[in-house]
Design a protein around this ligand. Sequence first.
Ligand code: AMP
Length: 289
Amino acid sequence: MKTLHKISDLRAELNALKNKNPELKIALVPTMGNLHDGHLKLMQQAKQSADIVVATIFVNRLQFGVGEDFDKYPRTLQADQQKLQSVSVDFLFAPDENELYPQPQNFYVLPDENLQGVLEGKTRPIHFRGVATVVLKLFNIVQPNCAFFGKKDYQQLLILKAMVQQFALPIEIFGVEIARADDGLALSSRNGYLSESERKIAPQLQQTLQQLRQQVLTTSEKNFANLVENSKNALQQQNSLWQVDYIKICDKHNLREIQNLENGVNTNDLIILAAAKLGNTRLIDNLEI
Ligand code: AMP
């Protein structure tokens, strides 16, 4: 694996390969590093679909709000390089901030408010603008045939699919299933912020979503409001360290909140999305119904 820090170096490498083989398929997997098995699953799926895998590591200031964890976000390049090597990634592109944003970035990709203003975007208003902007920039630099994103960040995945469609970018977007620890906790770089005792409690979020899913599938109650309210309360009562930001049942194609099973709503189209703080750490998770 080659690690490159400059846009011009990466372009030169990829152009040389494409000149040799114009049919070459390139997959891109953008990350912010501090890699875990969830990231590596993305790399492995990318490797199965393309000839060349380009992973990127960049902690993108544009997607962090004031008071969020940009400064303390873990930066672990050496360990990440070894992990990427172990799953046969071909190139790691790890630009520094001056390389990707030589001037303050003042052109943005602004996703549709219905997609970006809800769920995560309500608590983190500039988050998806920052994500979409850096991903478009990475798409322009790498010009991949396909790109891989985790369903863990489900809203992000839908927004990026919409971006590709609306800007007619010739890139296929793949969503990869959530990788979990044995106890059900969705893997995340932010799990490292949890204390030992918080880490033991953390799987309760996933368990709550499982229970809610079961209730939605079995209940004769058509209105979801009570079910959702009960599951929020149940989680917060399990441990006082939980502070639920949201638990919502949505249409998995457009993230519109679904209040009840009337009007021909099919449970196969639903997804439960949640965010909750455990102590000082904000966790997200979701479960397709
Ligand atoms: P991040 O480094 O957090 O920006 O994540 C980089 C990519 O890895 C994103 O597409 C995430 O959705 C994906 N990802 C992170 N955690 C997981 C997980 N537990 N399972 C699957 N994909 C994940």
